[in-house]
Write a protein that binds this ligand. Sequence first.
Ligand code: ATP
Length: 206
Amino acid sequence: MYVIGLTGGIASGKTTVAQFFRDQGVPIIDADVLGHRTYEPGTDTFAAVVATFGEDLVADDGTIDRRVLGGKVFGKPDELKKLTDIVWPGIRRLASAELSALEVAGNRLVVLEAAVLLEAGWDDLVDAIWVVVVQPDTAVARLATRNNMDEEAARARIASQLSNDERTARADIIIHNDGTLEELQAGALREWESLQARLKQEAGRD
Ligand code: ATP
């Protein structure tokens, strides 16, 4: 089974590219969804996060309030590391289990979509790293539209992440997304077709 690790900075277009793959019938593992699952009430991760960051994280419905948690760690590298040390291993375990299940089910191609693929060291779970890249100004504009985020907050978010250069240095495939949605689709389609051709060639050699 061939696994694509799909990553990119905030508002780069990962979800849009993942949707393109979904439309081609490719199963997507979304690390963000797994992140929610790792700290569902009753899990060890839930207990560890609450013990580390305080009971005030727990919302009325008994789940962890991600906004409150985000406020406690954003811009505080030591606190953020405490959180990722708790959460990332759990996400990795779930991702590995899903990959195994998808392989057993006979899938030939799977996408692992993860904003922090490189930071968390999950790149060893994938065969190729696909990075979606936007210029910071584009990301700022899209965050204003999508999240109503002001420019200062958007730039702070972008600055807190890996830079485009750091990500692309480790990419096998780079998809630029400063143009229109149609251009993004066309770029994804080009890469998809060349991947299909490569996989077919490799299968022919086996
Ligand atoms: P995040 O990790 O921050 O959730 P993401 O990398 O998954 O973001 P998307 O959600 O795919 O990014 O895209 C961010 C926003 O920008 C969305 O509202 C999406 O519809 C929009 N967008 C993505 N690509 C384009 C484009 N080429 N033109 C216009 N809008 C776009």
